[in-house]
Design a protein around this ligand. Structure first.
Ligand code: ATP
Ligand code: MG
Length: 422
């Protein structure tokens, strides 16, 4: 037998997992500052939730879902994204009735999509996302974008570009839709079969097609921007004003349409500039989804959110040679020589840990030299060596590894000494 991780998934081993923990801590701290609260939803949901909430014409629903029938004959799907679940929970728990509005949520956790594996594209990946539901204030669009940018800049990433666009409101989309159908109908035979079925269902998605990106009709397609209603244009202007006030620079890209069906008004992506990784440049995507809550059975509640994957975030940091600090160096290593010393070592290690001092010892009955090497590899701050004499006298030399300094300390005072000097 020769088992391997399933295609498109990865093991995150010690050495790497510290980076994940660091990033997750930064994310939680930022969410605290911006007052977004964590929501945890199940990793699978009724398939229909995603068909409705993500949209039947999207790549996610058409090609990428892990759908299965359970023993009770229900069709369930491993969540491919987080918004549909957050909105489902928002409706189910009547969060629209809470006093504090908008409801500001965040989540982190694995998402599943059956995709072709490549650098930055996995079948199981961890998304961090936020949803602000219950406000149609352009200031919150800016806040959500600021939070997304803050994640990257706090971690030291600089080569970023925020790209924004407005998809307008329903009238905008209807007018644009008719124009797109008129534009693409004469050449539809030259486009891929996906685009042919998109023409009637959701022609906007033709603009997002990766197969036909270079077809001449793409470049001349009617731009959504020309169909913005007055109120949509005004909304977009305000979003930009708030970004200006926040000192966040951005680029407007009229061709940014995003993959999900439910977006309107603000759509945005954060890209890595310069040398990235593989063919991927998008780190984060988000947008406004007024109407989604109603589609999922709730009252009218406008929302906006984004999602980014930790995998792409870490790849971006690596591409830019940014090292994350790891903070798990050991505080105390107890070397023990002989049976009796080992009994004492077990007792001492436990008493260090009880006082919040990280402590470890040897469990392979190794020679003193090998134990010292283990302490070195663990980057122990202090080391004590217990032998017959120490046990007899109940006193031990505490060695500070960085300086080589040694201090005699009574067993009874050890914890106190480390606490005062660590
Ligand atoms: P793409 O165009 O790269 O397929 P998408 O539009 O499918 O992206 P979203 O559904 O908007 O992506 O997801 C938001 C973010 O989640 C992306 O910007 C990216 O950081 C991350 N992401 C999406 N799919 C994957 C994946 N298969 N592996 C790792 N990260 C992913
Ligand atoms: Mg995708």
């Amino acid at each position: 037998m020769n088992f391997k991780v399933p295609k498109g998934t990865q093991d995150i081993l010690p050495g790497q997992s510290e980076k994940w923990q660091y990033v997750e801590r930064v994310i939680r701290d930022l969410c605290d500052k911006y007052r977004y609260n964590e929501i945890r939803t199940p990793m699978f949901e009724a398939t229909e939730l995603f068909q409705r909430g993500v949209g039947d014409t999207t790549d996610i629903v058409q090609k990428e879902m892990y759908t299965f029938t359970d023993k009770g004959d229900r069709s369930l799907t491993l969540r491919p994204e987080g918004t549909a679940s957050a909105v489902r929970a928002y409706v189910e728990h009547k969060m629209f009735g809470q006093v504090d509005q908008p409801v500001k949520l965040y989540y982190t956790g694995p998402m599943f999509r059956y995709e072709r594996q490549q650098a930055g594209r996995y079948r199981q990946f961890v998304q961090f996302g936020v949803e602000a539901i219950g406000s149609a204030d352009p200031a919150i669009d800016a806040e959500v974008m600021a939070l997304a940018m803050d994640v990257y800049t706090t971690l030291g990433l600089k080569d970023l570009k925020l790209v924004i666009n407005s998809l307008g409101d329903k009238d905008t989309r209807d007018a644009h839709r008719s124009a797109l159908i008129a534009h693409f109908t004469p050449v539809i035979g030259e486009l891929c079969s996906d685009c042919q079925s998109r023409l009637e269902k959701n022609p906007l998605r033709i603009l997002d097609c990766k197969v036909d990106a270079k077809h001449p009709a793409m470049a001349t397609a009617p731009s959504l921007t020309n169909y913005l209603t007055d109120s949509s244009a005004e909304y977009f202007t305000k979003v930009k004003q708030y970004l200006d006030v926040l000192g966040i620079s951005y680029e407007v890209d009229p061709n940014l349409v995003r993959g999900l069906d439910y977006y309107n008004h603000t759509a945005f992506e954060i890209m890595i500039t310069g040398e990235g990784f593989g063919s991927i440049t998008t780190l984060c995507g988000g947008g406004r989804y007024n109407g989604l809550v109603e589609d999922i059975g709730g009252p009218e509640s406008p929302g906006i959110g984004f999602a980014l994957s930790i995998e792409r975030l870490l790849l971006a940091l690596e591409a830019k040679n940014i090292e994350l600090p790891t903070e798990n160096d050991l505080e105390m290593y107890v070397v023990a020589m002989g049976e009796e010393a080992k009994l004492k070592a077990v007792e001492l290690v436990s008493s260090f840990r009880a006082k919040g001092i990280s402590a470890d010892m040897d469990y392979l009955d190794r020679k003193m030299k090998a134990q010292m090497k283990a302490a070195d590899r663990a980057k122990a701050k202090f080391v004590i060596v217990l032998g017959e004499t120490e046990i007899e006298e109940q006193v031990v030399n505490v060695k500070t590894m960085a300086t080589g300094d040694q201090t005699k300390v009574e067993f009874g005072q050890l914890v106190q000494y480390v606490l005062e000097n660590k």
